[in-house]
Design a protein around this ligand. Structure first.
Ligand code: RUB
Length: 319
């Protein structure tokens, strides 16, 4: 089957997501929804069938970029299920308004979970972060708005150093930041009151899939008695895990770890570059969502409420 052409803005968004120019689960979802909206706006389809085929092809192109962030297929499902109408204009309008609604809800969910997460932070607390999560930072932002003083120990987060983004954002908010290499985390856990991370996906058993290194941090934090809080809007809940599917862990290009110019010094070794890892629910104290905070073991109840037991086919699978 030959896919219809996607607009340049969809192709660019897909490339940027794959290359991590656009990254972080919520930001990826937002960009993917916006790209579908742009596809709808730019479409010159002559018939409703052609229009639907274009939108589905755009969704497939975006979907195949990164496998772990479930917010991406969840966003595409939301937008494609809003596609309604008998004419091209009606279909276009339904997509455009659904995209607006989706992006508004995304912002709202992040604000709401920020308030719930902020309630867990006390004045004078120090958090330890891993990677860069807009959901996690929303909790800090709200705590600061509430007048609390928060300090941060920020893990660098190899290999892509997303910790630098977190450090920069926190400094913009005048939060005192101590940047550490990942390997120093255990040493500094004694100075932390919370580990605060985001999630790419949450499985039905309460496992948290997030940037590689999260699980080691969580195990160390538990051993040190530091609570682990995961900030994740419900867009991160993985419906497929309710029926036994596992979350695919993205393996990225080894050159992110060992660039060609360094490889010659190391020699012929195999390099593995998993982007994410799985933190078992027993190492997580709370999953903070816009619908409240949950012990990880009870997240399945929320998932049943939101998704039901039924799994239907994907809206982009039809040609
Ligand atoms: C990003 C990452 C983030 C989650 C949550 O990985 O693991 O913690 O995506 O982010 P990558 P957010 O840099 O490989 O995309 O809370 O912003 O959705």
């Amino acid at each position: 089957m030959n896919d219809p052409d996607v607009t340049p803005s969809v192709a660019t968004a897909a490339d940027d997501i794959a290359e991590m120019e656009i990254r972080g689960a919520a930001t990826i979802a937002d960009a993917a929804a916006a790209a579908i909206g742009e596809q709808a706006q730019a479409s010159e389809a002559d018939s409703p069938e052609e229009f639907r085929a274009e939108i589905r092809a755009a969704a497939r192109r975006l979907h195949e970029t990164r496998p772990t962030a479930v917010s991406l297929p969840n966003a595409l499902r939301y937008v494609l299920r809003g596609m309604k109408g008998d004419t091209v204009e009606e279909l276009r309008e339904s997509i455009v308004s659904t995209v607006v609604e989706f992006r508004r809800e995304l912002d709202q969910a992040q604000d709401n979970l920020g308030q719930i997460g902020a309630n867990r932070l006390r004045d004078g607390d120090t958090i330890m972060t891993h990677c860069h999560s807009t959901d996690a930072l929303s909790c800090v932002h709200r705590a600061l708005d509430d007048g609390k003083e928060i300090s941060a120990i920020v893990k660098e987060t190899r290999p892509r150093k997303q910790g630098h983004i977190t450090a920069r954002q926190l400094r913009d908010w005048d939060v005192p930041v101590t940047l550490i290499v990942d390997n120093a985390a255990r040493r500094y856990l004694d100075d932390a009151d919370h580990v605060l991370v985001g999630a790419d996906s949450i499985a039905a058993d309460g496992s948290v899939i997030n940037k590689v290194g999260t699980s080691g941090l969580a195990v160390n934090a538990r051993e040190r008695g530091v609570p682990i809080m995961v900030a994740a809007q419900t867009l991160k809940l993985h419906p497929g895990t309710m029926t036994g599917h596992t979350v695919e862990i993205e393996m990225r290009d080894p050159r992110e770890i060992l660039p060609d110019d360094e490889r010659s010094k190391v020699g012929n070794v195999r390099v593995e570059n998993p982007a994410f890892d799985v933190t078992p629910p027993r190492y997580v104290d709370a999953i903070v969502t816009e619908r409240g905070q949950f012990p990880p073991e009870s997240i399945v109840t929320l998932m049943r409420e939101m998704f039901g037991e039924q799994q239907n086919g994907e809206p982009w699978d039809e040609p």
